[in-house]
Write a protein that binds this ligand. Structure first.
Ligand code: NAD
Ligand code: ZN
Length: 342
Protein backbone atom coordinates (compact mmCIF):
# COMPACT_ATOMS: atom_id res chain seq x y z
CA UNK A 1 0.00 0.00 0.00
CA UNK A 2 1.27 3.43 -0.94
CA UNK A 3 0.12 4.77 2.43
CA UNK A 4 2.01 2.19 4.54
CA UNK A 5 4.31 3.82 7.07
CA UNK A 6 2.83 7.29 6.43
CA UNK A 7 0.40 9.43 8.37
CA UNK A 8 -3.06 9.29 6.77
CA UNK A 9 -5.44 12.26 6.87
CA UNK A 10 -9.06 11.17 6.82
CA UNK A 11 -12.58 11.82 8.08
CA UNK A 12 -13.49 10.88 11.63
CA UNK A 13 -16.19 11.75 14.14
CA UNK A 14 -14.65 13.28 17.25
CA UNK A 15 -16.58 13.61 20.50
CA UNK A 16 -14.81 16.63 21.95
CA UNK A 17 -16.56 16.56 25.32
CA UNK A 18 -18.96 14.30 27.20
CA UNK A 19 -22.52 15.25 26.31
CA UNK A 20 -21.67 16.54 22.82
CA UNK A 21 -22.68 15.01 19.50
CA UNK A 22 -19.74 13.66 17.49
CA UNK A 23 -18.33 16.28 15.16
CA UNK A 24 -16.97 15.46 11.69
CA UNK A 25 -13.30 16.38 11.51
CA UNK A 26 -10.20 15.68 9.49
CA UNK A 27 -7.84 13.67 11.68
CA UNK A 28 -4.31 12.42 11.26
CA UNK A 29 -3.90 8.67 11.79
CA UNK A 30 -0.34 7.63 12.57
CA UNK A 31 1.06 4.37 11.15
CA UNK A 32 0.66 1.22 13.22
CA UNK A 33 3.44 0.36 15.67
CA UNK A 34 4.54 -3.05 16.95
CA UNK A 35 1.63 -5.55 17.13
CA UNK A 36 -0.76 -3.00 15.64
CA UNK A 37 -2.83 -2.93 12.48
CA UNK A 38 -4.22 0.04 10.54
CA UNK A 39 -7.64 -0.69 9.08
CA UNK A 40 -9.75 1.11 6.48
CA UNK A 41 -13.23 0.93 7.94
CA UNK A 42 -15.95 0.10 5.42
CA UNK A 43 -19.03 -0.10 7.65
CA UNK A 44 -19.68 0.53 11.33
CA UNK A 45 -22.76 0.19 13.50
CA UNK A 46 -23.68 2.60 16.30
CA UNK A 47 -24.10 0.61 19.53
CA UNK A 48 -25.83 1.71 22.73
CA UNK A 49 -22.38 1.78 24.33
CA UNK A 50 -21.25 4.45 21.82
CA UNK A 51 -24.28 6.47 22.85
CA UNK A 52 -23.21 6.10 26.50
CA UNK A 53 -19.79 7.54 25.53
CA UNK A 54 -21.50 10.47 23.82
CA UNK A 55 -23.71 11.04 26.86
CA UNK A 56 -20.76 10.85 29.28
CA UNK A 57 -21.85 7.69 31.15
CA UNK A 58 -18.26 6.61 31.68
CA UNK A 59 -16.30 9.24 33.67
CA UNK A 60 -13.17 7.08 33.31
CA UNK A 61 -13.06 7.80 29.56
CA UNK A 62 -10.88 10.65 28.36
CA UNK A 63 -12.03 13.14 25.72
CA UNK A 64 -11.69 14.10 22.91
CA UNK A 65 -12.38 10.56 21.79
CA UNK A 66 -13.27 8.67 18.64
CA UNK A 67 -15.91 6.09 19.62
CA UNK A 68 -17.21 3.16 17.55
CA UNK A 69 -16.48 -0.54 18.01
CA UNK A 70 -18.85 -2.55 15.79
CA UNK A 71 -17.27 -2.52 12.37
CA UNK A 72 -15.91 -4.30 9.34
CA UNK A 73 -13.05 -3.11 7.17
CA UNK A 74 -9.92 -3.94 5.22
CA UNK A 75 -6.38 -4.04 6.62
CA UNK A 76 -4.39 -1.13 5.13
CA UNK A 77 -1.01 -1.80 6.76
CA UNK A 78 0.53 -3.61 9.72
CA UNK A 79 3.18 -2.67 12.24
CA UNK A 80 6.24 -4.83 12.96
CA UNK A 81 5.92 -8.23 14.64
CA UNK A 82 2.25 -8.72 14.02
CA UNK A 83 1.76 -12.24 15.24
CA UNK A 84 -0.17 -11.91 18.53
CA UNK A 85 -3.00 -10.62 19.45
CA UNK A 86 -6.10 -1.58 31.24
CA UNK A 87 -7.38 1.22 29.67
CA UNK A 88 -8.48 0.91 26.07
CA UNK A 89 -8.68 4.68 25.82
CA UNK A 90 -5.06 4.63 24.57
CA UNK A 91 -3.13 2.01 22.65
CA UNK A 92 -1.45 -0.65 24.86
CA UNK A 93 1.80 1.40 24.77
CA UNK A 94 -0.16 4.32 26.37
CA UNK A 95 -0.02 6.56 23.30
CA UNK A 96 -2.61 7.58 20.72
CA UNK A 97 -2.46 7.22 16.94
CA UNK A 98 -4.98 10.03 16.39
CA UNK A 99 -4.49 13.78 16.30
CA UNK A 100 -6.92 16.51 15.31
CA UNK A 101 -6.21 20.25 15.16
CA UNK A 102 -2.85 19.59 16.82
CA UNK A 103 -4.45 17.83 19.77
CA UNK A 104 -4.19 14.18 20.81
CA UNK A 105 -7.47 12.34 20.36
CA UNK A 106 -8.17 9.27 22.49
CA UNK A 107 -9.06 5.79 21.31
CA UNK A 108 -12.09 3.84 22.52
CA UNK A 109 -12.10 0.08 23.28
CA UNK A 110 -8.99 -0.27 21.08
CA UNK A 111 -11.21 0.09 18.03
CA UNK A 112 -12.38 3.73 17.35
CA UNK A 113 -14.25 2.75 14.24
CA UNK A 114 -15.90 6.14 13.71
CA UNK A 115 -12.90 7.02 11.60
CA UNK A 116 -12.20 6.16 7.97
CA UNK A 117 -8.86 4.74 9.07
CA UNK A 118 -8.14 3.49 12.56
CA UNK A 119 -5.26 1.75 14.29
CA UNK A 120 -5.96 -1.23 16.54
CA UNK A 121 -3.93 -3.75 18.48
CA UNK A 122 -3.83 -6.95 16.46
CA UNK A 123 -5.82 -8.61 19.27
CA UNK A 124 -8.83 -6.40 18.49
CA UNK A 125 -9.36 -7.62 14.94
CA UNK A 126 -10.54 -10.91 13.48
CA UNK A 127 -10.10 -12.12 9.92
CA UNK A 128 -13.37 -13.11 8.28
CA UNK A 129 -14.41 -14.77 5.00
CA UNK A 130 -13.78 -12.50 2.00
CA UNK A 131 -17.28 -13.27 0.73
CA UNK A 132 -18.95 -11.64 3.77
CA UNK A 133 -20.89 -8.41 3.04
CA UNK A 134 -19.11 -5.93 5.30
CA UNK A 135 -22.13 -3.60 5.49
CA UNK A 136 -24.03 -6.39 7.24
CA UNK A 137 -21.49 -8.41 9.19
CA UNK A 138 -20.17 -5.35 11.03
CA UNK A 139 -22.90 -6.15 13.58
CA UNK A 140 -20.99 -9.26 14.59
CA UNK A 141 -18.34 -6.93 16.03
CA UNK A 142 -20.55 -6.21 19.05
CA UNK A 143 -24.37 -6.02 19.08
CA UNK A 144 -25.42 -9.33 17.57
CA UNK A 145 -22.61 -11.44 19.04
CA UNK A 146 -23.17 -9.88 22.48
CA UNK A 147 -26.89 -10.57 22.70
CA UNK A 148 -26.90 -13.94 20.94
CA UNK A 149 -23.96 -15.16 23.03
CA UNK A 150 -25.53 -13.92 26.29
CA UNK A 151 -28.37 -16.36 25.65
CA UNK A 152 -26.50 -19.35 24.27
CA UNK A 153 -23.09 -19.11 26.00
CA UNK A 154 -23.64 -17.24 29.27
CA UNK A 155 -27.17 -18.27 30.24
CA UNK A 156 -27.08 -21.54 28.27
CA UNK A 157 -30.83 -21.24 27.71
CA UNK A 158 -32.50 -24.65 27.63
CA UNK A 159 -35.23 -25.88 25.28
CA UNK A 160 -38.73 -25.32 26.62
CA UNK A 161 -37.65 -22.59 29.05
CA UNK A 162 -39.14 -19.16 29.74
CA UNK A 163 -37.05 -16.02 29.15
CA UNK A 164 -37.56 -12.30 29.84
CA UNK A 165 -35.52 -9.66 28.04
CA UNK A 166 -35.42 -6.15 29.50
CA UNK A 167 -34.57 -3.68 26.71
CA UNK A 168 -35.34 -4.34 23.05
CA UNK A 169 -32.52 -2.44 21.33
CA UNK A 170 -30.09 -4.15 18.95
CA UNK A 171 -28.50 -6.15 21.77
CA UNK A 172 -31.78 -7.17 23.47
CA UNK A 173 -33.25 -8.29 20.14
CA UNK A 174 -30.13 -10.40 19.60
CA UNK A 175 -30.75 -12.02 23.01
CA UNK A 176 -34.23 -12.87 21.72
CA UNK A 177 -32.70 -14.50 18.63
CA UNK A 178 -30.36 -16.51 20.88
CA UNK A 179 -33.23 -17.63 23.14
CA UNK A 180 -35.25 -18.69 20.10
CA UNK A 181 -32.32 -20.63 18.61
CA UNK A 182 -31.84 -22.35 21.99
CA UNK A 183 -35.47 -23.51 21.86
CA UNK A 184 -37.04 -21.34 24.59
CA UNK A 185 -40.81 -21.77 24.45
CA UNK A 186 -41.80 -18.45 26.01
CA UNK A 187 -39.86 -15.25 25.31
CA UNK A 188 -41.16 -12.08 26.96
CA UNK A 189 -39.82 -8.73 25.71
CA UNK A 190 -39.95 -5.70 28.02
CA UNK A 191 -39.47 -2.11 26.88
CA UNK A 192 -40.95 1.30 27.63
CA UNK A 193 -40.91 2.03 23.88
CA UNK A 194 -43.72 -0.01 22.34
CA UNK A 195 -42.43 0.74 18.86
CA UNK A 196 -39.84 -1.97 19.54
CA UNK A 197 -42.48 -4.68 19.99
CA UNK A 198 -43.18 -5.53 16.34
CA UNK A 199 -39.54 -6.32 15.56
CA UNK A 200 -39.17 -8.25 18.82
CA UNK A 201 -42.12 -10.46 17.85
CA UNK A 202 -40.78 -10.89 14.33
CA UNK A 203 -37.49 -12.16 15.81
CA UNK A 204 -39.02 -14.59 18.32
CA UNK A 205 -40.67 -12.83 21.29
CA UNK A 206 -43.90 -14.59 22.14
CA UNK A 207 -45.24 -11.54 24.02
CA UNK A 208 -44.12 -8.00 24.79
CA UNK A 209 -45.02 -5.74 27.70
CA UNK A 210 -44.31 -2.18 28.80
CA UNK A 211 -43.70 -1.45 32.51
CA UNK A 212 -45.71 1.76 31.99
CA UNK A 213 -48.91 -0.23 31.43
CA UNK A 214 -48.98 -1.62 34.98
CA UNK A 215 -49.46 0.01 38.33
CA UNK A 216 -47.23 -2.55 40.04
CA UNK A 217 -43.55 -3.35 39.64
CA UNK A 218 -42.72 -5.22 36.44
CA UNK A 219 -41.09 -8.08 38.39
CA UNK A 220 -44.44 -8.76 40.09
CA UNK A 221 -46.14 -8.76 36.70
CA UNK A 222 -43.61 -11.28 35.35
CA UNK A 223 -43.92 -13.54 38.41
CA UNK A 224 -47.71 -13.48 38.03
CA UNK A 225 -47.42 -14.27 34.32
CA UNK A 226 -45.15 -17.26 34.92
CA UNK A 227 -45.93 -18.67 38.38
CA UNK A 228 -42.54 -18.55 40.11
CA UNK A 229 -40.68 -16.27 37.70
CA UNK A 230 -38.80 -16.81 34.44
CA UNK A 231 -36.02 -19.36 33.98
CA UNK A 232 -33.72 -16.73 32.44
CA UNK A 233 -33.90 -12.95 32.65
CA UNK A 234 -31.60 -10.57 30.80
CA UNK A 235 -31.02 -6.89 31.57
CA UNK A 236 -30.03 -5.24 28.30
CA UNK A 237 -30.61 -1.57 29.12
CA UNK A 238 -27.89 -0.50 31.55
CA UNK A 239 -29.90 0.72 34.55
CA UNK A 240 -29.66 -0.33 38.19
CA UNK A 241 -33.44 -0.39 38.75
CA UNK A 242 -34.02 -2.71 35.80
CA UNK A 243 -31.09 -4.93 36.86
CA UNK A 244 -32.83 -5.49 40.20
CA UNK A 245 -36.19 -5.99 38.48
CA UNK A 246 -34.61 -8.57 36.16
CA UNK A 247 -33.08 -10.43 39.11
CA UNK A 248 -36.36 -10.37 41.04
CA UNK A 249 -38.32 -11.67 38.05
CA UNK A 250 -36.11 -14.75 37.66
CA UNK A 251 -37.50 -17.99 39.04
CA UNK A 252 -37.37 -18.63 42.76
CA UNK A 253 -34.99 -21.52 43.45
CA UNK A 254 -33.43 -21.91 40.01
CA UNK A 255 -33.61 -18.74 37.89
CA UNK A 256 -30.62 -17.13 36.19
CA UNK A 257 -30.34 -13.38 35.66
CA UNK A 258 -27.78 -12.18 33.12
CA UNK A 259 -26.54 -8.58 33.19
CA UNK A 260 -25.66 -7.30 29.72
CA UNK A 261 -26.47 -3.57 29.82
CA UNK A 262 -23.71 -1.17 30.86
CA UNK A 263 -24.77 1.21 33.67
CA UNK A 264 -22.81 4.42 34.26
CA UNK A 265 -19.29 3.75 35.61
CA UNK A 266 -19.18 3.90 39.39
CA UNK A 267 -22.81 2.79 39.85
CA UNK A 268 -23.47 0.46 42.75
CA UNK A 269 -25.89 -2.44 42.63
CA UNK A 270 -27.55 -3.02 45.99
CA UNK A 271 -30.33 -5.51 46.52
CA UNK A 272 -31.86 -7.72 49.18
CA UNK A 273 -29.52 -10.75 49.47
CA UNK A 274 -32.60 -12.95 49.80
CA UNK A 275 -32.95 -12.61 46.06
CA UNK A 276 -29.87 -14.79 45.58
CA UNK A 277 -30.09 -16.75 48.84
CA UNK A 278 -33.30 -18.21 47.50
CA UNK A 279 -31.43 -19.90 44.69
CA UNK A 280 -31.24 -17.35 41.88
CA UNK A 281 -28.00 -16.88 39.99
CA UNK A 282 -26.73 -13.46 38.95
CA UNK A 283 -24.11 -13.36 36.21
CA UNK A 284 -22.64 -10.84 33.80
CA UNK A 285 -21.99 -11.31 30.12
CA UNK A 286 -19.32 -9.42 28.22
CA UNK A 287 -19.40 -9.58 24.41
CA UNK A 288 -21.63 -12.63 24.68
CA UNK A 289 -19.00 -14.74 26.42
CA UNK A 290 -17.20 -15.45 23.13
CA UNK A 291 -13.49 -15.29 22.53
CA UNK A 292 -14.35 -13.08 19.60
CA UNK A 293 -11.05 -13.35 17.74
CA UNK A 294 -11.70 -17.08 17.26
CA UNK A 295 -15.49 -17.04 17.37
CA UNK A 296 -16.13 -14.18 14.96
CA UNK A 297 -14.91 -15.94 11.79
CA UNK A 298 -17.13 -18.92 12.72
CA UNK A 299 -20.14 -16.70 13.43
CA UNK A 300 -19.65 -15.01 10.06
CA UNK A 301 -19.49 -18.38 8.28
CA UNK A 302 -22.69 -19.37 10.13
CA UNK A 303 -24.19 -16.19 8.68
CA UNK A 304 -23.00 -17.08 5.17
CA UNK A 305 -24.47 -20.58 5.69
CA UNK A 306 -27.76 -18.97 6.83
CA UNK A 307 -27.56 -20.42 10.37
CA UNK A 308 -27.96 -16.97 11.97
CA UNK A 309 -29.04 -13.66 10.51
CA UNK A 310 -28.84 -10.28 12.22
CA UNK A 311 -29.82 -8.36 9.03
CA UNK A 312 -33.21 -7.54 10.54
CA UNK A 313 -31.46 -5.42 13.19
CA UNK A 314 -30.31 -2.92 10.55
CA UNK A 315 -33.09 -0.35 10.59
CA UNK A 316 -31.09 2.43 8.91
CA UNK A 317 -28.05 2.77 6.66
CA UNK A 318 -26.50 6.22 6.34
CA UNK A 319 -23.35 7.72 4.86
CA UNK A 320 -20.70 8.28 7.54
CA UNK A 321 -21.16 12.06 7.25
CA UNK A 322 -24.61 11.64 8.81
CA UNK A 323 -23.26 10.11 12.03
CA UNK A 324 -24.94 12.74 14.21
CA UNK A 325 -28.29 11.80 12.65
CA UNK A 326 -27.46 8.15 13.39
CA UNK A 327 -26.88 8.98 17.08
CA UNK A 328 -30.10 10.99 17.18
CA UNK A 329 -32.07 8.04 15.75
CA UNK A 330 -30.65 5.71 18.43
CA UNK A 331 -31.03 8.20 21.24
CA UNK A 332 -34.67 8.91 20.41
CA UNK A 333 -35.50 5.20 20.08
CA UNK A 334 -36.23 5.38 16.33
CA UNK A 335 -33.49 3.02 15.17
CA UNK A 336 -32.33 -0.44 16.15
CA UNK A 337 -28.99 -0.42 14.39
CA UNK A 338 -27.89 2.34 12.05
CA UNK A 339 -24.97 1.24 9.89
CA UNK A 340 -22.67 4.01 8.68
CA UNK A 341 -20.94 3.49 5.35
CA UNK A 342 -17.66 5.17 4.40
P1 NAD B 1 -30.34 0.60 22.75
O1 NAD B 1 -30.29 1.99 23.24
O2 NAD B 1 -30.58 0.34 21.29
O3 NAD B 1 -31.46 -0.23 23.55
C1 NAD B 1 -31.86 0.02 24.86
C2 NAD B 1 -33.35 -0.27 24.98
O4 NAD B 1 -33.73 -0.15 26.34
C3 NAD B 1 -34.23 0.70 24.19
O5 NAD B 1 -35.13 -0.01 23.36
C4 NAD B 1 -34.97 1.49 25.26
O6 NAD B 1 -36.28 1.90 24.88
C5 NAD B 1 -35.02 0.48 26.40
N1 NAD B 1 -35.20 1.08 27.73
C6 NAD B 1 -34.62 2.21 28.21
N2 NAD B 1 -35.02 2.43 29.48
C7 NAD B 1 -35.86 1.42 29.80
C8 NAD B 1 -36.60 1.07 30.97
N3 NAD B 1 -36.53 1.83 32.07
N4 NAD B 1 -37.35 -0.04 30.96
C9 NAD B 1 -37.43 -0.82 29.84
N5 NAD B 1 -36.76 -0.55 28.69
C10 NAD B 1 -35.99 0.55 28.68
O7 NAD B 1 -28.96 -0.09 23.19
P2 NAD B 1 -28.26 -1.46 22.72
O8 NAD B 1 -27.28 -1.18 21.65
O9 NAD B 1 -29.28 -2.51 22.51
O10 NAD B 1 -27.39 -1.76 24.04
C11 NAD B 1 -28.06 -2.12 25.25
C12 NAD B 1 -27.13 -2.07 26.45
O11 NAD B 1 -26.13 -3.09 26.31
C13 NAD B 1 -26.36 -0.76 26.61
O12 NAD B 1 -26.29 -0.46 27.99
C14 NAD B 1 -24.99 -1.09 26.07
O13 NAD B 1 -23.99 -0.26 26.63
C15 NAD B 1 -24.85 -2.52 26.56
N6 NAD B 1 -23.87 -3.34 25.85
C16 NAD B 1 -23.18 -4.25 26.61
C17 NAD B 1 -22.29 -5.12 26.00
C18 NAD B 1 -21.59 -6.17 26.79
O14 NAD B 1 -20.61 -6.76 26.32
N7 NAD B 1 -22.05 -6.48 28.00
C19 NAD B 1 -22.07 -5.03 24.61
C20 NAD B 1 -22.83 -4.12 23.87
C21 NAD B 1 -23.73 -3.29 24.49
ZN1 ZN C 1 -21.28 -2.42 21.50
Amino acid sequence: MATAGKVIKCRAAVIWEAGQMPSLEEVEVAPPRTHEVRVKIVATGICGTDNHVRAGFFPDIDYPVIAGHEAAGIVESVGPEVTICESQNLMPDKTSRFTCKGKQVYHFLWTSTFSEYTVMPEASIAKIDNAAPLEKVCLFGCGFSTGYGAAINTAKVEPGSTCAIFGLGGVGLSVIMGCKTAGASRIIGIDINKEKFAKAKELGATECISPNDFNKPIEKVLVEMTGLGVDYSFEVIGRIDTEIAALASSRLGSGTCVLVGAPPSGSELTFDPKLVLTGRKLIGSFLGGWKLKEALPKLVSDYLNKKCNPDALISHTLPFEKIAEGFELLHTGKSIRCVLLF
